[in-house]
Design a protein around this ligand. Structure first.
Ligand code: HEC
Length: 239
């Protein structure tokens, strides 16, 4: 009981002290308040976004010298769209072409992960996404795709085309080139599959027409013979 009386007295004195200090101390907003460990508040090193009289621009952070390229960030001087595609066709070659064999494993992985869903395992345009209603891409084994240069394939993989989205944000640049090596490999394998014998072609053409139609093959004239590559790809289905 007695202890509590002492405690109350002490607390009262503390309160009186605080109130006295609050009234008694002069308020000087023009003066900086007391700083504990000021070295931590004002670092010696310059802050990136502050000013400095030491540099001509007056800023700490300096603009990189014109033409500087950050490591691993080689800019791509290509625009989306047909002009960019034409430029890619003129200027780009596959930097991994000389080392194709070693790159194909990774190329196959990239193709399976990012392209196969629409383009199908063999590149015929029959991936599960296309089978469930997404506009089917043309076969990557068709004459049109065979004629596209590596640079054009790279441009399509990077920026997309028509209904196909660009893949630059998902797939690293060299991996896009590797996927293109995989497409070339599929095309080469398809070319090795023998085309149907000429005598069979007229028999096969009507039979194949309904199969080929939904894949939006590049055949526009119905009377035209089925292109050997497209027919071969159907024959070699299930690869
Ligand atoms: C979402 C589905 C989808 C995915 C994923 C996809 N594509 Fe495509 N691709 C398409 C469609 C649709 C077209 C037809 C575009 C058009 O209308 O021009 C196409 C067209 C192409 C063409 C042009 C073929 C030609 O003959 O004109 C190439 C090359 C191609 N894609 C490569 C790739 C590569 C490489 C990947 C993986 C990195 C890929 N695509 C992933 C849907 C897809």
């Amino acid at each position: 009981m007695r202890n509590r009386g002492v405690l109350n007295f002490v607390l009262l004195m503390v309160l009186v002290g605080i109130v006295a200090l609050a009234y008694g101390l002069e308020q000087r907003p023009d003066l900086r308040a007391y700083e504990y460990l000021p070295e931590m508040i004002f670092p010696v090193a310059a802050e990136s976004f502050s000013q400095t009289p030491a540099l001509p621009s007056g800023k700490v952070e300096q603009r990189p010298i014109l033409g500087t390229i950050a490591r691993g960030r080689m800019p791509l001087h290509l625009e989306p769209g047909p002009e960019g595609a034409a430029q890619a066709a003129r200027e780009l070659i596959n930097p991994l072409a000389d080392d194709a064999e070693a790159q194909l494993e990774r190329g196959g992985e990239i193709f399976r992960t990012y392209c196969q869903v629409c383009h199908g395992p063999g590149g015929e345009g029959n991936g599960p996404v296309a089978q469930r209603g997404f506009p089917a891409p043309p076969s990557l084994l068709a004459p049109h795709a065979l004629e596209l240069s590596d640079g054009q394939l790279f441009h399509i993989a990077t920026f997309g085309q028509g209904n196909m989205p660009g893949h630059a944000s998902q797939i690293d640049r060299l991996d896009r080139w590797r996927a293109i090596l995989r497409i070339r490999q599929l095309q080469a394998a398809a070319a090795l599959v023998p085309a149907p014998a000429p005598a069979l072609a007229p028999v096969l053409a009507p039979a194949l027409a309904p199969v080929l139609a939904p894949t939006e093959s590049t055949v526009s004239d119905e009377a035209a013979p089925v292109p050997a590559v497209a027919a071969a790809s159907v024959q070699g289905g299930g690869r």
